[in-house]
Design a protein around this ligand. Structure first.
Ligand code: CAA
Length: 257
């Protein structure tokens, strides 16, 4: 499918989604969000995409936020719909039974930070700056940042980032657990290295483990633990479980389909 603002392609088992509005630092207009949503549907179904990497075009930004010019004259009702479009789109990343990696090279602000937060793993280049500066615009994060950021870094840091609007530099982002890795340059190469490692393992087991973590995080601890047992049992209905354990006992590498 041809998109105006998104590029979707696959190579070597990886699905690449590139936000492609470099002149606006990849700000997410309604069109870009809609196309991102469609690209995520494609990636979820695509057997050639075992792992998905999301990145931004142009070398200056991952995504500099929701499109401020699109929001300027929105009514409250339109703003609600826009927030729901962003939120339901990002929820597709959370719900996708595949690992999604954000490769951040530059600004990841507002809706861009929230996009990265929805991903499973974040890799950033040293020049990257991550933040939620919406309060400088008289609004606050509306693409689930108020929910995902405190869950990732804790409420103390999240509230400070919200209220000060400051951009956190890559090294600090690593320190506070906001990103997994910082590389000098080329975060895409690091994301591809992680994707290659992931591709060697059981996709069905990764999907079940991701589901157990996501759903468990929304439950009381002992319920989450019980839920884990149910999903652990599901793993024993898969071909991958038979292959993985047989391969170990036969002292050979597993050959997952
Ligand atoms: N929306 C629309 N356009 C944007 C944009 C955004 N979020 N961010 C950058 N742009 C545009 C600029 O308007 C500019 O366009 P023109 O060339 O046509 O003037 C172009 O991208 C380049 O940006 P700058 O000239 O500002 O570049 P800079 O290097 O001086 O600054 C920046 C870079 C610090 C990232 C700055 O662009 C900036 O602060 N951007 C806005 C960041 C922001 O506030 N994001 C939150 C948006 S609100 C949101 O996301 C709500 C939500 O949670 C749902």
């Amino acid at each position: 499918m041809a998109f105006n603002t998104i590029i979707y392609e696959t190579n070597n088992g990886i699905g690449y989604i590139t936000i492609n509005r470099p002149k606006a630092l990849n700000a997410l207009s309604e069109e870009a969000l809609t196309e991102l949503s469609e690209a995520l549907d494609m990636a979820a179904k695509d057997d050639d995409a075992k792992v998905v990497i999301i990145t931004g075009a142009g070398g200056r930004a991952f995504v500099a936020g929701a499109d401020i010019s699109a929001m300027q004259h929105m009514t409250a009702v339109e703003a609600y719909d826009y927030a729901r479009l962003g939120q339901t789109t990002y929820n597709k990343i959370q719900d996708m039974p595949k690992i999604v990696i954000a490769a951040i090279d530059g600004f990841a602000l507002g809706g861009g930070c929230e996009l990265a937060l929805a991903c499973d793993i974040r890799v950033a280049s040293a020049k990257s700056q991550i933040g939620i500066p919406e309060v400088t615009l008289g609004v606050f994060p509306g693409f689930a940042g108020t929910q995902r950021l405190p869950r990732l870094v804790g409420t103390g840091i999240a509230k400070e980032m919200l209220a000060t609007a400051r951009k956190v530099h890559a090294d600090e982002a690593k320190e506070i657990g906001l990103v997994n890795y910082v590389v000098d340059e080329n975060p895409l190469a690091k994301a591809e290295e992680l994707a290659a490692q992931i591709c060697k393992n059981s996709m069905s087991a990764i999907a079940l483990g991701k589901k157990a973590m996501n759903e468990g995080m929304e439950m009381e601890l002992k319920k989450g633990i019980e839920h884990e047992a149910s999903l652990f049992a599901v793993a024993f209905t898969t071909e991958d479980q038979r292959e993985g354990m047989t391969a170990f006992l036969e002292k050979r590498p597993a050959n997952f389909k």
